[in-house]
Write a protein that binds this ligand. Structure first.
Ligand SMILES: Cc1ncc(COP(=O)(O)O)c(C=O)c1O
Length: 437
């Protein structure tokens, strides 16, 4: 992607090149999509999904398997498309295993991380032959017991918590005391226990250090550290571990000043590391955001404009209940997502901007904007880079609005791949005392 200009203009040029004054997703103009599917809705561009995966596979080379971390976008059609391009899945629940299976991904092509796997998570994973990335000694025992009960052998890898957190990642999930993974100092003991336990087969190691990593050197240092740990463990156990998973977290620019992750340099470094490590292991990465973020657009419409004590407000028909990340939820500093007026891309921003709010009665339901944009009632506003951690990260039950539809566009073809909700959904599963279930 080119640099310079705002992130929104760079994204439009690089990802939606058919756009002129109107945003065009695949071959379909935003206005037509909004009329056909209603707003708010998420639109995913199949060509960008394919491109992203192909770029990663090309950069990392044939020895690295790519798993799509479903948590970023648990839509079966998206997963199916990425699977067709060669991706397996990283799953985080029995629910995500169901989504992956629906996408045609077999259990042998799935890995499962998460510090609290138990019950149906384990039963389904074991039934489907999913590789379990173990996060604690206690979990290892529970997995072994569940496997014995099911009469199978659990495929496991140990998720390691490195002693230092990875540099350059916006949300760190390793280092020091962590709820994720097994401390490096305890690794050998847990590995020996895994070797001794009935019901488990230890296949390798896993690490996941953090999300939104823009420093490829930091990411590679973490990968190098995992290879060193694997070598030490090979020596201690007297055999080579069969698989290593380096995690994910490749950064995707969301703010104007973010610089893209250097995929080529990361790939070069990883290939060299793997070549040095030997020829007999399987290697994986598990990426969410990098594969899907830029393929997604959250399309909303301005319901009302209003003025209040000298400030202008635009109330959109989509809010934090549908795209929490764009309101800054989960971040310390609430910064603006790349956002455009979908049918007036070329019009000057205007002198007086509007504050953007969703329909919810909470002050948290506002979308930070980098620079004020003048908006008109009824016009379409598109949040770019919204294909990852969009609907899945949002508090959809809050205030009982229906969930937005998800639409997949492939060139000139658009299809609903998750139906919009209905107001009655607010009652789903509820029961008054004494009512039959
Ligand atoms: C264990 C694990 N794997 C993969 C991912 C995907 O990360 P990203 O979307 O940043 O690539 C996450 C995200 O939190 C994770 O926790």
């Amino acid at each position: 992607m080119t640099t310079g200009g705002t992130l929104a203009s760079r994204l439009l040029a690089a990802r939606f090149p058919r756009s002129d004054d109107e945003l065009v997703i695949g071959a379909l103009p935003a206005r037509a999509l909004a009329e056909r599917f209603g707003t708010p809705c998420y639109v995913f561009d199949a060509a960008i999904l394919r491109e992203n995966l192909a770029a990663v596979r090309e950069a990392l080379g044939p020895r690295v398997g790519v798993l799509f971390a479903l948590k970023a976008n648990p839509n079966a059609a998206v997963a199916q498309l990425l699977h067709a391009g060669g991706a397996g899945a990283e799953v985080a629940s029995a629910g995500e295993i169901h989504v992956a299976l629906r996408a045609g991904i077999g259990g042998e092509a799935m890995q499962f991380a998460g510090p609290g796997k138990h019950g149906e998570d384990l039963r389904l994973a074991l039934r489907e032959g999913v590789l379990l990335n173990v996060e604690s000694a206690a979990e290892l025992e529970a997995i072994a017991a569940a496997a014995r009960e099911a009469g199978v052998r659990a495929r496991v890898a140990l998720r390691v918590n490195p002693p230092a957190s990875m540099t350059g990642s916006r949300m760190r999930m390793s280092g020091g005391s962590a709820k994720f993974g097994i401390d490096a100092g305890a690794l050998e003991d847990v590995a020996r226990r895994a070797e001794a336990l009935d019901g488990v087969a230890l296949e390798g190691l896993h690490t996941y250090a953090g999300t939104q990593t823009f420093d490829h050197e930091g990411w590679l240092a973490n990968a190098r550290w995992l290879v060193e740990r694997a070598r030490a463990l090979d020596a201690a156990l007297g055999r080579r571990l069969a698989s290593l998973n380096f995690g994910g977290g490749f950064g995707v620019p969301v703010f104007d000043k973010d610089t893209p992750f250097d995929l080529a340099a990361a790939g070069e470094g990883l290939r060299a590391l793997i070549d040095e490590d030997g020829a007999d292991r399987r290697y994986h990465v598990e990426l969410g955001r990098y594969l899907v973020a830029e393929a997604g657009v959250f399309l909303t419409r301005v319901t009302y404009l209003k003025e209040s004590n000298g400030k202008r407000f635009a109330i959109l028909d989509g809010g934090m209940n549908q795209h929490a990340a764009a309101t800054g939820m989960g971040t310390v500093i609430r910064r603006a997502y790349p956002m455009v007026r979908a049918t007036r891309l070329k019009a000057p921003a205007g002198e007086e901007g509007c504050q953007l709010g969703g329909p919810l009665c909470t002050p948290a339901d506002v979308f930070p904007t980098a620079k004020g944009l003048e908006l008109e009632q009824g016009e379409l506003v598109a949040f770019l880079s919204s294909g990852a951690y969009g609907l899945t990260f949002s508090n959809v039950l809050f205030l009982g609005h229906p969930a937005p539809a998800e639409v997949l566009v492939d060139g000139e073809v658009a299809e609903v791949v998750r139906a919009a909700g209905r107001p009655e959904d607010a009652l789903r599963g509820q029961r008054l005392p004494g009512e039959a279930g």
